[in-house]
Design a binder for this molecule. Structure first.
Ligand code: ADP
Length: 831
């Protein structure tokens, strides 16, 4: 069947053409009534299928014309419409002569069956004819349909417009929202991009840090095998990543005795899924042990189960050793403060050093002067036997010839040569190296610190340095402790010395007194410290001691007797020595006063002299008899008995010597007893000296030269006492010098004193015994001076006699040999 299909909507036209062709119909599709009528001119059709609402000429007009065209009127017509679907529309269509009326959307079945039904009708010639009505009525009906349709369309349009408006509004709202969204997305995207850039930078920076920072980054799998080893780890450990990757970390880095323990720790971290921070010693490629502060976290796999550990470690060895050294020093300081004995202090230091520096064993030994072992403190495996042997092996670590001490050093005990040298240490197979640090105190090698390690410490610079510092401090602490011990001993000695001791400052203010002072004076230390030495509180009469004090702070030592009162008011005589103490610049900084109760010693002196005079008297009587009877024997002796004559002569001579000695003893005791009773008078000193020199020359048969000042000089002295003192000096000068040598006496003025010096060219006196010879019964060299006779009282007496006059007597060596004794007598009123 040839079908003319009129449809303005292209998809509908295409669809219906396809449906109809699939049912073997020929179809000519056109777009409107005008084209349809045109098509009839070139084709003949069996059926017209037309839409109603179309541009140019709608379906109603087309069918109106179709049915009024006699060539077409028998060709059946079917309307297909989506717009004219009312009953009125269908009715109008039928009035126009339509054979079928289909609504859109197209139902395939209905289209085909309608087409077939119309075809059957057409074949029977019963095609619908248009209802014969007048044209005006048709036109009115047509215009009604059109108007109705237009109204419907208008209403539809309005509705559509409303919908469009609403949709437009909604759309524009949506567009606004979307554009905002787009804006914000764009913004977010920009931000995201910036973030991504930042992230990348951060990642790059992190990588830079990981690569360059001194951080030991290392990860291990669940079996403890190394899976990542950072450049920092390479630098710190000395291993390359290639060397350690895939190997078990605890086996490479743990100290040998800790491999198992480390593995257990790793397992615990994994099991608990912990992030932990801890410090641990790892052994580096060089064998050196470093302390690393670790921060370890568990790595989890995709399912969340622990798959390994990642560790970040910082080398804190230096800080730890520095802190360790500080702690050791703290221990030393504390034991000094607590006055601990030296042995205890060294033991504490040794224990602390072993602990802080992770050294298995530590030995601190002190040498004695002969390089023997004086004291040893041991920690760990050291025994005293090993210590002594080690001491022998060290060769006592001496100072170098230029006085520099040896420096700390490490011995690698894995080295066979070293093992043979350090036998005692090498015996222990677990000891891999030993550190030796010299202990120096006051420019002397005092000892040595030996620390044993289970590692090779040859490269542990930091550790050795810190150990060296600590050992130096041990030396300082030692000096301090020894000085303290010395001071304690000295102060105990001073406290309990036989004499009372007072120390004042340079202004006479008492700073310290000893225990004997309290026993002697009755004053407690707290009662006198801070007081003036020569104050009424101290029992001294306030006046009269100014001169003594002034001469002491002027730099002179003063010795003498002072009258004092003890706390109970008892008066007593004290024998006092007041000595200035100088600083390095020669300035008097303090004064030391040593005193003893002279009343006691006076009593003893008196007892002694009583005893001497009694014995001398008692000896004189039998001696007189010996001399008398030996005289008789001599006069009665026959000249032929030469032997007996010699013997009697010897008895006489020795008896005479004895009598001389006894006379001297008696005269000394008498003299000393009368010391307090000076018979001072104005005396011409030059004359006195001349007389003494002449007497000595006459007795010895030798020459004595005398040099006197131009003008005569008078002094208030006891002439007998000064003559006796001078005589003793002249006797000695002649006695201890050769026969042919000269003894000379010089009198001259020396400041506020008169000086009388006696010089000889004799045997002289040793420099260190110059003071001693003024003590009673002292003779410089008993063997050599015995030949000169004497009893060692001459100088003692001379000094006491001169001091009784407020003067002094001193001795010095002559450069050209011999001695010079110098008497100084104050000029007093003759000044
Ligand atoms: P002595 O009776 O022994 O001479 P002194 O008290 O006079 O006793 O002297 C003490 C000691 O001093 C003497 O034994 C002597 O060793 C020494 N001595 C004294 N004067 C001199 C001198 N001028 N030369 C050498 N030695 C002297």
């Amino acid at each position: 069947m040839n079908i003319l299909l009129v449809e303005d909507d292209e998809p509908s036209r295409y669809l219906m053409t396809a449906i109809l062709q699939s049912a073997n119909h020929e179809v000519v599709p056109v777009c409107n009534g005008v084209e349809a009528l045109d098509a009839t001119r070139s084709h003949s059709f069996d059926l017209l299928i037309t839409d109603i609402l179309m541009p140019k000429m709608d379906g109603f007009q087309l069918v109106w014309r179709w049915k009024n065209d006699p060539t077409l009127a028998n060709v059946p017509v079917v309307f297909v419409t989506a717009s004219y679907t009312d009953d009125e529309d269908e009715k109008f269509a039928i009035e126009l002569g339509a054979d079928g009326f289909l609504n859109k959307p197209i139902d395939i079945e209905r289209l085909l069956t309608t087409v077939e039904a119309v075809a059957r009708i057409s074949s029977t010639g019963k095609v619908c004819a248009p209802i014969q009505r007048d044209e005006a009525r048709i036109l009115r009906a047509y215009s009604d349909r059109i108007v109705c349709k237009l109204e419907q369309k208008l209403a539809e349009l309005e509705r559509s417009n409303m919908i469009i408006d609403q949709t437009t509004r909604e759309l524009s709202d949506q567009i606004a929202v979307k554009s905002r969204l787009v804006d914000s997305l764009t913004h977010e995207t920009d931000k995201g991009l910036a973030k991504a850039e930042e992230l990348q930078k951060a990642l790059d920076f992190n990588k830079l840090i990981i690569d360059t920072a001194e951080v030991f980054i290392c990860s291990t799998d669940s079996a403890g095998r190394i899976t990542l080893f950072s450049p920092g780890a390479e630098r710190i450990s000395g291993y390359t990543a290639d060397e350690v990757l895939g190997k078990c970390a605890s086996e490479i880095f743990s100290p040998p005795d800790q491999v198992k323990a480390r593995r257990l720790v790793d397992e615990a971290i994994m099991a608990d899924g912990l992030s932990v921070s801890y410090a641990e010693a790892w052994v580096m490629n060089s064998g050196v042990m470093k302390i690393l502060r670790w921060s370890a976290s568990v790595i989890k796999d995709a399912s969340g189960s622990p798959a390994g550990i990642v560790r970040f470690g910082i080398d804190v060895t230096e800080q730890l050793y520095a802190r360790g050294a500080e702690r050791v020093m703290g221990v030393l300081d504390a034991s000094i403060l607590q006055n601990s004995p030296i042995s205890e202090m060294l033991q504490l230091a040794s224990d602390q050093i072993a602990h802080e520096f992770k050294m298995g064993s530590v030995l601190i030994m002190l040498f004695d002067q002969e390089c023997g072992l004086e004291l040893a403190a041991v920690t760990g495996r050291f025994s005293l036997k090993v210590a002594t042997k080690t001491l022998l092996d060290t060769g006592c670590m001496r100072l170098a010839d230029d006085g520099t001490p040896p420096v700390a050093f490490v011995v690698d005990l894995c080295d066979s040569q070293a093992r043979s040298k350090w036998k005692a240490l090498a015996q222990d197979p677990d000891v891999k190296s030993a550190v030796f640090c010299p202990i120096k105190a006051e420019d002397r090698m005092r000892g040595c610190l030996v620390a044993l390690s289970g590692f090779n410490e040859t490269a542990s610079d930091t550790k050795i340095q810190s150990l060296g510092t600590v050992t130096d401090r041990v030396g300082t602490a030692l000096v301090f402790a020894e000085t303290r011990e010395k001071v304690l001993l000295q102060s105990a000695a001073l406290d309990w010395a036989g004499n009372a001791i007072i120390i004042t400052d340079a202004y006479g203010k008492i700073r310290w007194v000893n225990t004997v002072h309290r026993e002697m004076t009755g004053y407690f230390a707290s009662e006198v410290i801070g007081k003036e030495l020569f104050s009424a509180d101290q029992g001294y009469a306030e006046s009269g001691y100014r001169d003594v004090w002034n001469s002491v702070v002027g730099g002179k030592r003063w010795q003498g007797e002072l009258l004092n009162k003890d706390r109970s008011g008892r008066e007593y005589l004290e024998s006092v020595t007041i000595s200035p103490v100088f600083d390095s610049a020669g300035k008097v900084t303090s004064v030391v006063i040593v005193k003893s109760d002279a009343s006691k010693s006076l009593k003893f002196e008196r007892l002694k002299s009583d005893f001497v005079s009694m014995v001398s008297h008692e000896l004189r009587t039998p001696l007189t008899k010996i001399i008398g009877y030996s005289d008789i024997l001599e006069s009665k002796m026959d000249a032929s008995h030469e032997q007996y004559a010699t013997a009697v002569g010897a008895i006489k001579q020795n008896a005479a010597v004895m009598r001389h000695m006894i006379e001297k003893l008696l005269s000394v005791t008498q003299l000393m007893a009368g010391l307090g009773d000076l018979k001072s008078q104005p005396v011409d000193i030059c004359r006195l000296v001349e007389q003494a020199a002449m007497a000595a020359a006459a007795e010895s048969g030798r020459r004595v030269e005398v040099a006197l000042p131009a003008e005569a000089c008078e002094l208030d002295v006891d002439p007998e006492f000064i003559g006796r003192a001078l005589g003793n000096l002249l006797d000695n000068a002649l006695k201890y010098s050769p026969e042919d040598s000269t003894v000379s006496v010089v009198v001259e003025r020396a400041g506020s004193c008169m000086s009388i010096s006696v010089a000889d060219e004799g045997i002289g006196i040793d420099e260190d015994r110059l003071e001693e010879i003024f003590e009673p019964f002292i003779q410089v060299d008993m063997s050599s001076t015995r030949g000169y006779g004497g009893i060692g009282l001459g100088l003692f007496v001379a000094r006491r006699l001169i001091e009784a006059h407020g003067g002094e007597i001193n001795v010095c060596q002559r450069a050209e040999g011999g001695s010079i004794f110098d008497i100084r007598l104050p000029l007093g009123k003759y000044l």
